[in-house]
Each structure stands twice: as structure tokens, then as C-alpha cells.
Design a protein around this ligand. Structure first.
Ligand code: FAD
Length: 437
């Protein structure tokens, strides 16, 4: 079977690899010149690492199994890292039970309620009722207002920016579930992982495996249109060319799907007008000295323009980064936010002013380089009753299928879910028929 996969992010590449293994001839079309989508890599001058920060959790069983499957199991590295909170112009470490018990911004009662929320949240199995309550209301109800203000709010801001106000409690439930499992119970410390060489290693390996299986990848090729053939299969249009495929699978965001597929091919359900996409602006900072002592620092200070500081080199060996320190400073915003249209120089100025405020002792000499990276479509906002409102694509055409992250209705956006989603998709009845036809 001759199959086109649109999108060369992790979803498209894992899918193309698996389909090639089943004997199909797959062509991956990726709009950018570089593979990887949101998980792609960036040249920081003296080293190459992920464009945005990525970690692997011990509970990412689907992803870890897949990495072993493609021969990268030996390249996984694990390290205990810490979490910090920046509150009232001070940085607190809450990386283990003792530090958590000492965390001054929270009273004993507030800490007790926080611990209760984590245990309670991690045990909830039925997430549907959580869709009907806002994340703020749920956290205030379970943790209390003080714990919410001092602990949860910075975390929500770090993950969602001001948009947390629109999001349902499913967001924090899936987050707690995922993060809870990152803690090693014996040490009660977070254990996080990465692949040597970052996600570039994964994409390089997938590219090689896809070609070895007789399939191919076209980078720098944006698909403009997908047109059903009058008899069988579909045509994909790009760069004023037209190519016929027996099957087409679309893995890019739904926002793009609506531009490239006519209504005769795909019907969108859900409330399109109320679904907004979250985007991100992230300044990556390369320094001679470490900026923060933790993997993640949640920032509860509205005077700082970024909402978290991710000390990547507290997880990743300095051998990976030419002995330099890499810190990501993200700011999550709506994809319609005018900030996304600002120039790199304007954004750099904004972020550097926040750096100066938060780290007054950081000298110009300590900074090696700064890089502004941005993504317009990260994930749809998981608003109230998202599973009913999510923009789901129904494809009535037997040869056209859609597989993308907007289909994650009760999960955070992460690569473990991407791999699991592909695995479940491959069991899809329509695909089983393809394998036998
Ligand atoms: C700031 C940030 C931090 C993250 N941290 C983590 C983490 O710690 N751990 C974790 O597991 N996950 C993390 N993630 C999530 C992870 O990056 C995503 O799960 C993953 O990249 C999604 O892959 P995808 O292939 O589904 O989508 P995408 O990466 O969006 O891929 C879609 C691809 O389609 C291409 N495309 C679009 N339109 C067209 C077209 N017309 N023709 C051809 N190609 C097209 C795009 O260029 C893109 O490459 C993070 C994401 C961000 C943004």
C-alpha cells in the first residue's frame, strides 16, 4: 500500500516507521526543512539540543518501550533533579519531603492539604466529572485558597499563562497523575530522563529506519491540498505538483487540516469558535554558570515576563552542552496573542528585563547566547467540557484518516501519549483492513 503521512513530528514519524515495518511504502511530508515538529532540535552554537525542553518520566512506559524497540534503550539516562519555587523574590527548593515540609510560604495546614490533593488527585479514575469544573475552582476546593495562591497558581501560570482561567480540572488531574509517578518512592525525589544527544538522536534514528524499510521522507514540503480521487485513493498537492496515494494520514494540528482538506473529505465536529490554541514563546539561554539549581522552577511573580525557568543542564550532562549551561524561559500564550508577532529583538529585550529583575547578579559576561523560539500551535486549551467541544475530525472517506494531538482529551501533551496514540491507532479496524487488502 502506498501511504502519505502528513507531518514529520514525532507522531508522523513513529506512524511512518510502524507502517513501513508492516510492509507499506510510506512517504512523509514535512513542511519544515528539519524533522521533529515541536520536539525538534536547535543549533545553540557550541552544541545542538532540543528547541523546547523535553524530559522523559519513568512512567512514560510506551515511549520508553518504543525507544528500546528502535535501539535507543542504551542511550537513556536518568537523574534525580529538583523542583524550585520563586515566590516573594526568593527561590525555594521543594525537591524532597524535608524541603517540602520546610517550604515557608505554606503553613502546616496548607502543606497537609497540598499532600492530600496530590494523593487524592492521583487516585481519581473517572475524569469526566472534572471536565465540568474549572481547574481553579477544583484546586481551591480540594487544597484551600492559600495553598492554591502560593503553590498551584504559579504552576498553572507556568504551564498555561493567564489562560488557566478557562481550563478544566482535567488539566491538573492529568498533570498530577503524570508527575506523581516521576517520584522515586524510596528517595522521594524526582527522577527524570533524556536520550543522549536529545530528540535529535530519536529523529535521526527514525529517519534511518524509515529509509531502510524502503519508505521516504520529504522535508521542506508543505501540503496545500488533499483531494479525493474519483475512483480510489487521494491526491496530495504541494509546490504545484500532485501525487497519488492509496491512503493519506494527517498528523498536523486541526487548524491546518481545515485549510488543506475540503469539507467533502473531513467534517469538523465540536465548537470551533470556543476552542483556542495555546502557543509558546521560549527564550533559551546559554550561560557559563548555572542560572537555577533545579530542573524546573515555577515562578509566582507577575513582574517576571516568563512563567518558569527550566534548568536543562541540571538534568542533562554538561558533556552534551560543551560545558555550558542551558536554561529555557517559557511563556505560554494564546496562538492569537499579538506577542507572537513581535520580533526576536523585542522579545529578547522583554525576557532579558525579567532576567535582570530575577537574577540581578547575572552579568553580561555570564551570558554566552540567547535564542528566541516560538510555536503558534502547541495544544488546544482544555476548556470546560473539552471532550465534547474538542475539534474532532470525522473522515467519511475510506482512504483518509486523521491522527493528532487535539484528540488527547484527558491527557497532557507529551510524547508518551503520542506513542500510545499511534499504537492504538494501528489497531484501528480500518487499518487492519488495509493490511489485508
Ligand atoms: C515547550 C514545550 C515543552 C514540551 N515538553 C515536553 C516534555 O517535557 N515531555 C514530553 O513528552 N513532551 C513535551 N512536549 C510535547 C511534545 O513536543 C509533543 O508531544 C510532540 O512534539 C507532538 O508531536 P506531533 O507530531 O503530534 O505534533 P507536531 O510536533 O506539531 O508535528 C506536526 C508536524 O506537522 C508539520 N506540518 C504542519 N502543516 C503541514 C503541512 N501542511 N504539510 C506538511 N507538514 C505540515 C509541522 O511542521 C510539524 O512538524 C513539549 C512541547 C512544548 C511545546
Amino acid at each position: 500500500m502506498n501511504i502519505a503521512v502528513i507531518g514529520g513530528g514525532l507522531m508522523g514519524l513513529v506512524l511512518a516507521h510502524r507502517l513501513s515495518q508492516q510492509g507499506h511504502i510510506v512517504t512523509v511530508f514535512e513542511r519544515n526543512h528539519q524533522l521533529g515538529g515541536l520536539a525538534t532540535y536547535h543549533d545553540y552554537g557550541s552544541f545542538v539540543w532540543d528547541r523546547f525542553y523535553h524530559v522523559i518520566l519513568p512512567s512514560d512506559t510506551h515511549l520508553i518501550r518504543y525507544l528500546h524497540d528502535i535501539g535507543l534503550g542504551e542511550q537513556l539516562r536518568w537523574r534525580s533533579t529538583g523542583t524550585g519555587y520563586y515566590v516573594d523574590k526568593k527561590l525555594y527548593s521543594i525537591s524532597n519531603t524535608l524541603e517540602f515540609l520546610r517550604f515557608p510560604p505554606l503553613s502546616w495546614w496548607a502543606k497537609f492539604r497540598l499532600a492530600f490533593t496530590l494523593i487524592y488527585g492521583s487516585r481519581i479514575k473517572n475524569w469526566q466529572p472534572l471536565e465540568r469544573i474549572s481547574v481553579e475552582d477544583w484546586l481551591v476546593k480540594v487544597s484551600g485558597r492559600k495553598t492554591y495562591q502560593k503553590f498551584w497558581l504559579p504552576l498553572l501560570l507556568a504551564k498555561l499563562g493567564e489562560n488557566y482561567k478557562k481550563v478544566s480540572a482535567v488539566f491538573i488531574w492529568s498533570y498530577i497523575k503524570r508527575l506523581f509517578s516521576a517520584r522515586d518512592s524510596s528517595l522521594n525525589k524526582e527522577k527524570l530522563g533524556y536520550v543522549v544527544g536529545g530528540y535529535k538522536t530519536v529523529f535521526d534514528r527514525l529517519e534511518k529506519l524509515i529509509y531502510t524499510a524502503g519508505s521516504c521522507i520529504c522535508t521542506g514540503v508543505a501540503i496545500n491540498r488533499i483531494i479525493p480521487d474519483s475512483v480510489d485513493g487521494l491526491w496530495v498537492e504541494y509546490k504545484s505538483k500532485k501525487e497519488h496515494f492509496d491512503k493519506v494520514i494527517f498528523t498536523a494540528p486541526v487548524e491546518i487540516l481545515q485549510d488543506v482538506a475540503p469539507p467533502s473529505l473531513v467534517q469538523m465536529s465540536g465548537d470551533r469558535t470556543s476552542i483556542e490554541y495555546l502557543g509558546v514563546i521560549c527564550m533559551a539561554l546559554v550561560t557559563r554558570k548555572p542560572l537555577v539549581p533545579h530542573y524546573i522552577v515555577n515562578i509566582a511573580d507577575s513582574r517576571v515576563p516568563f512563567t518558569g525557568a527550566i534548568g536543562m543542564t541540571n538534568l542533562v550532562s554538561l558533556q552534551e552542552t560543551a560545558g555550558l549551561h542551558l536554561t529555557y524561559l517559557p511563556k505560554y500564550i494564546l496562538s492569537s496573542d499579538p506577542l507572537l508577532q513581535k520580533t526576536d529583538a523585542e522579545l529578547r529585550q522583554l525576557f532579558v528585563s525579567g532576567l535582570r529583575y530575577m537574577f540581578p547578579h547575572l552579568s553580561e559576561n555570564d551570558i554566552v547566547t540567547t535564542h528566541i523560539n516560538r510555536a503558534k500551535h502547541v495544544q488546544p486549551l482544555q476548556i470546560l467540557n473539552y471532550s465534547r467541544k474538542a475539534p474532532q475530525a470525522t473522515t467519511s472517506h475510506k482512504d483518509f484518516l486523521v491522527l493528532n494531538t487535539s484528540q488527547f482529551v484527558n491527557d497532557t501533551l507529551n510524547n508518551n501519549t503520542v506513542v500510545r496514540h499511534v499504537e492504538e491507532f494501528l489497531k484501528n479496524e480500518r487499518l487492519t483492513v488495509w493490511n489485508h487488502s
